[in-house]
Design a protein around this ligand. Structure first.
Ligand code: ARG
Length: 310
């Protein structure tokens, strides 16, 4: 159903694309590393649990390419709608986490991370554009195997979906036009404040900016355009996205960070425990072996937050 022409015909970007992961190469690579680790002391069971470093100085990885079903990730355990393929829903309008690049491909921090995770699980990944406002119900009704979309882990969302371990931490931030009278959240009385529908930013604004008019947009780019066009007075949104919007536009300024202490997780269907655990394990591995830092520094300035440092 999700692959029907109807699904593509939405007035949003309607992007459904297939990102081929060289899973075979990845699995073989993983196999080689695991075999090398075991080979270190084949008789010693504990060697299997040894950290990866033990494998790194092995020279004979190539020789260990013998077929070995046991070492391979059993993708059947992941209970994906289609074995070996993970269908990922994402609202692809949230740069630098997810967006459509100049080649028409999904790109961004989340996309790189998800590709890396899929690689390690030995599955192909296919991203499908979705509206953030409906992404949770779509996941819950089996339209996707997972969702990644800079999604803040909240109690409310956990009533309908499950989350992996966190992979990012973020606050909110307030963006206004240059030379605005608004210098921070204390100046918002009577102001029109924009945020994306279904987001924690919208919730925060509604709950806290009680003297403001809160205006909902389908996407953050739409909210920032409205701000640039003087249709609204401010936008509240996730700090990394607000910061990119302000950097990209001469007309916009980020004036205040709002400490909400949010953490992003990847969403899976309730009870998809194998998949959730496998993704969380992959995240831990990606942090541990330095890949997280590589991806992070490609998209963000500054140091990797301590929580995600190896
Ligand atoms: N972190 C916020 C939330 O979970 C905003 C996420 C919006 N993501 C997106 N791709 N539009 O509500």
């Amino acid at each position: 159903m999700v692959r029907s022409a109807d699904a593509r015909a939405s007035d949003r970007l309607g992007v459904m694309m297939r990102v081929r992961v060289w899973w075979l190469a990845a699995v073989m690579g993983l196999l080689a590393v695991m075999l090398a680790a075991c080979d270190d002391d084949a008789a010693d069971e504990e060697a299997e649990d040894a950290p990866d470093e033990e494998a790194e100085d092995e020279e004979d990885e190539e020789d260990q390419n013998a077929p070995d079903e046991e070492a391979e990730v059993d993708t059947g355990d992941l209970e994906l709608a289609e074995d070996g393929e993970m269908l990922v829903g994402s609202d692809l309008e949230f740069p630098p986490f997810e967006f459509i690049d100049d080649d028409g491909e999904p790109d961004g921090f989340d996309i790189d991370l998800m590709n890396e995770i899929a690689d390690r699980l030995g599955v192909e990944v296919e991203f499908q554009d979705a509206s953030f406002d409906t992404i949770f119900t779509q996941l819950a009704s089996d339209e996707f195997d997972t969702i990644i979309s800079a999604i803040t882990i909240t109690e409310e969302r956990m009533e309908t979906i499950d989350f992996t371990d966190p992979y990012f931490a973020a606050n909110q931030a307030l963006v206004v036009v240059e030379d605005s009278d608004i210098a921070g959240v204390d100046d918002l009385d009577g102001a029109d404040v924009g945020a994306q529908a279904g987001t924690t930013g919208l919730d925060y604004a509604t709950e806290n900016f009680t003297e403001s008019e809160i205006v909902e947009y389908d996407s953050y780019p739409a909210a920032f355009s409205a701000l640039e066009g003087d249709q609204i007075d401010a936008v509240l949104g996730d700090l990394p996205v607000a910061s990119e919007a302000a950097e990209d536009s001469d007309a916009l300024d980020l004036v205040e960070e709002v400490d909400t202490g949010e953490e992003y997780g990847i969403g899976v269907q309730q009870g998809a425990d194998n998949l959730r655990a496998a993704i969380s394990d992959a995240i831990a591995e990606i942090i541990e072996d330095g890949t997280y830092e590589e991806i992070y520094t490609e998209w963000f300035e500054g140091e990797v937050p301590e929580q995600f440092r190896n």
